[in-house]
Design a protein around this ligand. Sequence first.
Ligand code: F3S
Length: 424
Amino acid sequence: MKLNEEQQALLDGSRGEVMAKIMKTLVMYGDAFGAERMVPVTGKYGHTVISFGLGVMDPVYDLYDEILSAGILPEQKFTADPKPLDPKVPSGLLDDLVFKKLMYNRQERYEAQLRKLGITKDEDYTCACYLDQVGNIPRKGEILSWAESSAVVYANSVLGARCNRNSGILELMGSIAGCVPEFGLLTDEGRKADWIVEVKCEKKPEAQLLGSAIGMKVMEDVPYIRGLDRWLGRELNDSAKAYLKDFGAATASNGAVGLYHVENLTPEAVEQGESLIREGAQVYVIDDAELERVYRNYPVIWKKPDAKPQLAFIGCPHLSLQQLTDWAGAVLKGLEKNGRKKVAVPTVFTAPVQVIREFEKSIYAWPLRHSGVVLSSICPLMYMNNPLCKSKAVLTSSNKLRTYTSAKYCTDAEILEIITGGAK
Ligand code: F3S
């Protein structure tokens, strides 16, 4: 890899041993992927995927202490993924004991480190950092050093920024050194599509299902999606962006997609059209029957597959304000239809703190709270990532949560029926 003078000096120790090690790590990372040079991180803010203080990750926090003691702070401030704990989210005594004493017993230590390292604000813990209310919105063409897969795929695809699917820690190192190795999705060539996906559904495909089907088919490749503009329109408005947020998170977790193009809708597809498609690209046709096949093949790994649901999580990735408002309206209407005052299953809607604050001003806030729905900015995956949750019957409309935990996936309509007491 060719380094410029400044980068070489960092590697040679001009800013001390710790910075030299950080630079060396980034260079080795780039070498592993055939990068020929380092390029400056140009996005205004970073974003870190590590938002949790896990007892088994002490070496990471020790490393961050070493960085802090060396006095080398990231060049950019950053937002962080959602936290793993929120007392508002229903949990038993034993869960609390496991969460606080055994698992996330380094949470305070880690959050203090993030404050010193430069988290933008104490409330900026959300994977949907690119929502207007949070404000970490990269611009087209900016180079980022992020790792959260749902945020990376959104930034690349919907905003046209450039970011690889980095790992935690490495992403912070990129923010500290102010440069990242240039390969993959940072290059024009790496942003070309290897797949053409033809969406031929007769009804609007569920975002999380369509993303899952595409992710499982193309894995880490870049898909160019035709036919979705029929359902989403040709304008990147709030509802298209919310759809693409959920769709992208499913492509990134059910597969390893870091960038997709939607014909006539996402910025590079609008600008470059079919010239984005690589010669010899494979074709995947998706119709309603294909989505049904994908859905029916999800394993249900609840201990008792017909158990009564104990908890429902909606909002992974975190909900936008419009989504939260729509869900609130739908739940209240569903409860009224079913003659109920309270939800039939303890339900948690997850969204950024700033979105929840905005929602609290709406006419839905009071009745929703009284229906028993909990609003939280927790990460449901972190909540479920423990042995106790394996025996819990948890429902979700998130395909990411289904993939990483024992939660059972339901479509939005199904989960709405269940939580409002319309389905048994
Ligand atoms: Fe966000 Fe946690 Fe889901 S980071 S995408 S809420 S797994």
